[in-house]
Design a protein around this ligand. Structure first.
Ligand code: ZN
Length: 331
């Protein structure tokens, strides 16, 4: 969110609806919206307390925490576009010798109406190499020039799997994600992400993201004649500053109104988000069963149990090696 935002900024009013004691937190949710005068749909995400839960599980350097926070916001934006139950996973994959070898965030659709969607994330990095990088280093510096971004969708009744891979365009997560939309959906898309510590006395982590898409006009003559519509909306989009996206006092609806009120904003039911890991004893057993007996041997601790720790949530699983020996004899 740097240079392109400072270039040209049309004036816009600073006044906005006064939000009096908003009920409950407006953080940790995705708000879908559409514009009335232009065929644009979008969504905005704000992550607050949930992000501290995710990041506190691992001792990440600040710069890695920032990248992971943005990746989490991206996964929430994309995941909330799922029309059915399913999962969206976004992975930044570094080349072999990169400071950041791997970073993943995944979104699991809510189990039912009113339920929260699950979000989890973690990063694997080389501590010494990470310490040598600047805090504002871009993703290419972190992952190497051969690093990439992989988007995996699992949805539908049979959990069909679809994967798209794009390069780390400009070393920027949002630009790479825009590139992904150009390739996969061929719908003009703009996306921006921000992360940082803000607001509270404890200076908790915050992240935000805004995505807009120019939809087909559907034969609407008035909209077709408005050839300036999409460029106009993009100019408004470009006025958005990182500090607005991270401002804990400015809620998502007030921010949408501030940006797009001239185009008419309609908001839809928000998707609440919760930090949730989907690991389980059964899933861990299935993974361990796939390993060779040598690999399993390496996982046996002093207590004689196979010890496996979930990389996302840190939960430890202790399994009895004899359970797997039987499987091997049988196979
Ligand atoms: Zn877990």
């Amino acid at each position: 969110m740097s240079d392109r935002h400072s270039a040209k900024r049309p004036p816009r009013p600073d006044d906005r609806p006064i939000v009096v004691a908003a009920e409950g937190s407006r953080d940790d949710r995705v708000r879908p919206f559409s514009l009335e005068r232009v065929p644009v749909r979008g969504r905005i995400v704000r992550l607050g307390p949930m992000l501290d839960e995710i990041l506190a599980l691992h001792g990440y350097p600040e710069a890695i925490a920032g990248q992971l926070a943005r990746l989490s916001a991206l996964a929430a934006l994309l995941g909330s576009m799922l029309k059915t139950k399913g999962r969206v996973t976004v992975q930044a994959r570094g080349q072999a010798d990169a400071p950041l070898s791997f970073m993943v965030a995944d979104y699991r659709a809510p189990d039912g109406p009113g339920e929260a969607a699950g979000l989890r994330a973690y990063a694997a990095f080389d501590e010494a190499a990470a310490a040598r990088l600047d805090e504002d280093a871009d993703l290419v510096a972190w992952c190497g020039s051969r690093g990439d971004l992989a988007f995996t969708l699992e949805s539908g009744p049979k959990a069909e799997r679809w994967q798209g891979i794009v390069p780390l365009v400009d070393g920027d997560l949002a630009r790479a994600a825009e590139h992904y939309f150009e390739q996969s959906e061929q719908i003009p898309t703009r996306l921006t992400l921000a992360a940082g510590r803000r607001g509270t006395a404890l200076a908790g982590w915050r992240a935000g993201g805004l995505l807009i898409q120019h939809m087909p006009t559907g034969g609407n003559e008035e909209r077709e004649a408005d050839t300036d519509g999409w460029p106009r909306v993009q100019m408004l989009f470009e006025t958005l500053r990182a500090d607005e996206l991270l401002d804990p006092v400015l809620d998502d609806d007030a921010l949408l109104w501030r940006l797009f009120h001239e185009e008419g904003v309609r908001v839809f039911a928000p998707v609440p988000l919760a930090h949730r890991c989907s690991c389980s004893r059964d899933k861990v057993c299935a993974v361990v069963a796939e390993l060779s007996s040598d690999e399993r041997e390496h996982l046996i601790g002093e207590d004689g149990a196979i010890s496996v720790r979930c990389q996302f949530c840190g939960r430890a699983y202790h399994l009895d090696p004899s359970d797997f020996a039987t499987v091997e004899q049988g196979g």
